[in-house]
Design a protein. Structure first.
Length: 204
């Protein structure tokens, strides 16, 4: 059976494989949850109810989830990523350390193709959702930091969705990136995050 998805004619086996590949990335504990039926676990964090209400009101906005491990950051981000995927969007889910390693490898070998580059986002025709997990758990070089900044810049300018999680405060993140990479790039990244993403904090 051939399906015309508006971009190319593809067999239904391609769509089945694409769906399986995406859901293979979703942690097992989140597989049965969807944005419209998820219930807050107030034992994990008392603000989960507020968080779910916020993301349901604007499910295609960009969000930065900040809070300790176990508070529900990844749960909320996966709810949004699944919702985007089931709405027909391409979804890229990757932790930042892996993405930056791909950027560093790409710097020396054009044959290495990172999961997503800024140039991949320079179109509004087919919106993409990018879920970048654990953005403090990495060691950014100046080059990788610049690539990450360009990615965030393109995502905003071309109206793609970015979802990110972080288990330290934004001030701590800014300081960490400034020490490890290029302070000027760190400043630019933080401005993109604070100016163009909705911040949801789940404090300890």
């Amino acid at each position: 059976m051939i399906i015309d998805d508006g971009v190319a004619r593809r067999c239904d086996c391609w769509h089945v494989a694409r769906r399986q590949a995406f859901f293979d990335l979703v942690p097992r504990e989140f597989l049965g949850s969807r944005l419209d039926n998820a219930k807050p676990d107030l034992r994990r964090h008392p603000r989960q109810g507020e968080m779910l209400q916020t993301i349901r009101e604007d499910p295609f906005a960009s969000y930065m989830f900040v809070g300790p491990n176990g508070a529900g950051k990844s749960f909320a981000a996966w709810l949004l990523a699944i919702n985007s995927f089931e709405s027909g969007r391409r979804v890229i889910a990757i932790d930042l350390d892996t993405l930056l390693k791909q950027y560093r490898a790409h710097e020396f070998d054009d044959g290495v193709n990172p999961a997503v580059l800024a140039d991949d986002l320079k179109s509004r025709v087919n919106p993409i959702t990018i879920f970048i997990d654990e953005i403090a758990a990495t060691n950014p070089t100046a080059y990788a930091g610049k690539e990450f900044f360009q990615l965030l810049k393109a995502a905003h300018e071309f109206e793609h969705q970015v979802l990110m999680t972080c288990n330290i405060s934004l001030d701590g993140l800014h300081s960490y990136w400034g020490r490890k990479g290029d302070p000027a790039v760190s400043n630019s990244i933080m401005r993109r995050i604070t100016d163009y993403m909705t911040l949801i904090e789940l404090p300890e």
